[in-house]
Ligand binder design. Structure first.
Ligand SMILES: [Zn+2]
Length: 305
């Protein structure tokens, strides 16, 4: 039996938003079973609760924003990806600003934090979304699909007319340990030629070489270079996991993406939710031992009840 998880104690982290450039504090608070992942904007008078759900995504330009109007949180994808990566189902995320801190541009800082405070099983079965029929979405030459499969896997292809990227493809079969080792350290990236345009649109105000891979027309500008030869497509997989985790369940399905971004990922989630014949929600007693294994954690992370 595999149980729903929350964090073992309260954790706090401070950083800046990559788009807003604003300093923000996150406070992660343990939550009960079936609470889900819910943000709370504690800087606003009415302290709105904003569920991290695919049907609550409000904007997808260069980041995934949940909520609407001022009751919103931007750039949730790397934190949500880290929580899914460690199989954490329930946590309240108090935030005193409009955007999740970018940390180093990957999800590894959140992984370190979550592992340090520990993870606790709750006394209720995890829920799984088992994909039964293929779902495909396309937009502007970009596409994503999901098909039935025993476990979650993601095959991403990215195409950039840049000598440091070109075409990169990678298939990743999800399990918690591989997520930490192969995906969580991959950073977001951006092109210097886009900076003026992005800043004019109020984006990338906090971007720097400390929180993103930066590229000029020819090469990577960061002194230390890349963390993986194919770090770009690994980050695409990190983002994809963060975006489809907003379905709100552990997912058993094979995801394939081509030139996709947050918008296409959200279209895929919404189309799945709009077509209930395409999936089934099961609890842990109905899944196979192999499916269960993909959510096993290293023993040092789990805190006994
Ligand atoms: Zn990203």
């Amino acid at each position: 039996m595999i149980y729903q998880r929350t964090i073992a104690s309260i954790a706090e982290v401070t950083g800046i938003g990559i788009h807003s450039g604003k300093k923000v504090k996150l406070r992660l608070v343990p939550a009960d079973a079936d609470f889900g992942i819910v943000f709370q904007r504690v800087d606003l008078d009415h302290k709105p609760l904003i569920p991290a759900k695919a049907d609550n995504v409000g904007a997808t330009e260069n980041n995934t924003m949940i909520g609407s109007g001022v009751d919103a949180v931007h750039t949730v994808e790397h934190l949500i990806s880290a929580l899914y990566g460690l199989g954490i189902d329930n946590v309240k995320i108090e935030i005193d600003g409009p955007e999740v801190p970018i940390m180093d541009g990957s999800s590894i800082s959140f992984i370190f934090l979550l592992k340090e405070i520990g993870i606790r099983n709750l006394n209720k079965s995890k829920n799984f979304m088992i994909i039964k029929e293929p779902v495909l979405v396309e937009h502007d030459g970009k596409w994503a699909k999901i098909e039935p499969a025993k476990n979650l896997s993601i095959k991403s292809t990215i195409v950039f007319a840049h000598p440091a990227i070109k075409v990169q493809a990678k298939e990743f079969v999800f399990n918690c340990e591989s997520y930490v080792n192969e995906i969580s350290r991959a950073r977001t990236f951006g092109f210097m030629k886009d900076v003026v345009y992005l800043k004019r649109r109020g984006l990338a105000k906090g971007a720097s070489l400390d929180n993103a891979i930066a590229l000029d027309d020819f090469k990577v500008l960061n002194d230390q270079g890349l963390r993986f030869k194919d770090e770009f497509v690994r980050h695409k997989i990190l983002d994809t996991i963060g975006d489809i985790a907003l379905l709100g369940h552990e997912i058993a399905g094979k995801v394939t993406t081509y030139k996709s971004g947050h918008h296409v990922h959200n279209l895929l989630c919404r189309k799945i939710l709009e077509n209930p014949q395409c999936y089934e929600i099961c609890n842990a007693s109905e899944i196979s031992p192999a499916q269960e294994r993909s959510f096993q954690l290293p023993s040092d992370v789990l805190v006994p009840v």
